[in-house]
Design a protein around this ligand. Structure first.
Ligand SMILES: *Cc1c(COP(=O)(O)O)cnc(C)c1O
Length: 347
């Protein structure tokens, strides 16, 4: 059974650390706004997401006219790939880039090519070396999922400058709020006409269940993507929650700091026990075990303690688990289980 099914049908008290959901609920203002919006549910939502675009433009210092919103950023990823890729028009990702892009490419019959990474980090040189005349889209995650590592902004700028102008660069920043790099230079790339930058409210804002994502799209790209979107796809309640959440930057910042704090203590504990844990810039940690067998027994041991981690066999990372940052007591329990396990092994 999938981690999702286990978590949802096995009882809500079972903490799922497999989906990178926030350990904390959304802002109280977002909850209140959602409650109030329920009574307006007889009306269709604003198909142009006007108030949300205004709120995002103010909070992020970006041009409101470049913003598109989606039912999660997955919708924006899928619609962008469907607009520009297809048979003979390839999508180039990286070895450990978020697998959903590969599914979205498969859906439209586009080849999805993976450039190798260096350890757990994206190598811009490897991405550039993998570009062919068939490449239509380059998809990179920064920070990355499932690695948690980040690409320095200067490297992303170098990538864009070196890519052919007819290759659309998609920069997925689902965890951007957890990264302390100034995002303005990356946001500004959308002004070039050949680059899309994606964000979501699912992670730092704790609104995974509301399904709201957004991105900066050059006008010619936006026109194509909008043809692929269903109108009215972000519900009235979700829009109301998203506006209030974006307006409550202080709550989001505090949540990100609390999450990073728990994450870093968890990672340090694991490193002290002898595990390899790359520095994460997200709300999860990638933990490397001796081999696939050790990772599988760790997964079992965690399940025995009612903790569900994400195995990464789908990424070829059979010796790793991805563990989302949960509440402090849950992470303490996970650390105890993994430390005890490490003590029984000789590697
Ligand atoms: C979680 C995640 C998303 C998006 O999810 P939505 O909930 O659809 O906004 C996108 N990209 C990456 C890398 C993610 O981890």
């Amino acid at each position: 059974m999938s981690a999702f099914a286990l978590a949802n049908f096995g009882g809500y008290d079972r903490p799922t650390l497999a989906q990178n959901e926030s350990a904390f609920p959304p802002s109280p203002m977002a909850i209140e706004a959602g409650r109030n919006a329920v009574a307006r549910s007889h009306l269709y939502p604003d198909p142009d997401w006007t108030l949300l675009r205004d709120a995002i433009a103010r909070a992020y210092g970006v041009e409101r006219d470049l913003i598109l919103c989606g039912a999660g950023s997955m919708e924006l990823i899928a619609c962008t790939i469907a607009s520009f890729a297809g048979p003979g028009a390839d999508v180039l990702g990286t070895n450990y880039a978020y697998n959903f892009a590969a599914s979205a490419a498969a859906r439209v019959g586009a080849a999805y090519v993976k450039a190798p990474e260096r350890g757990y980090e994206v190598s811009i040189d490897a991405v550039l070396a993998a570009v062919t005349p068939a490449t239509r889209i380059v998809f990179v995650c920064n920070p990355g999922n499932p690695t948690g590592t980040r690409i320095p902004n200067a490297e992303l700028l170098r990538l864009r400058a070196a890519l052919p102008g007819d290759v659309l660069l998609m920069i997925d920043q689902a965890y951007g709020e957890f990264d302390d790099q100034d995002p303005q230079a990356i946001f500004a790339l959308a002004g070039r006409g050949d680059t899309v930058v994606l964000r979501t409210l699912s992670k730092a804002y704790g609104l995974a269940g509301a399904r709201v994502g957004w991105g900066l799209f050059p006008p010619q790209v936006a026109a194509e993507v909008r043809k692929m979107q269903n109108s009215n796809q972000v519900s009235t309640v979700s829009l109301a929650m998203a506006v209030a959440a974006v307006e409550d930057q202080a709550y989001m910042r505090a949540t990100v700091m609390r999450t990073a704090d728990i994450r870093d203590r968890f990672a340090q504990g694991l490193r002290a026990a002898g595990y390899e844990v790359p520095q994460s810039r997200t709300n999860f940690a990638l933990v490397r075990f001796a081999d696939a067998t050790a990772a599988a027994s760790a997964d079992m041991a965690l399940r025995g303690a009612d903790i569900i981690a994400r195995s990464l066999a789908g990424y070829g990372l059979t010796d790793c688990l991805r563990i989302t940052v949960g509440q402090q007591d849950v992470m303490d329990r996970a650390l105890r289980v993994l430390t005890a396990m490490r003590g029984r092994q000789s590697w």
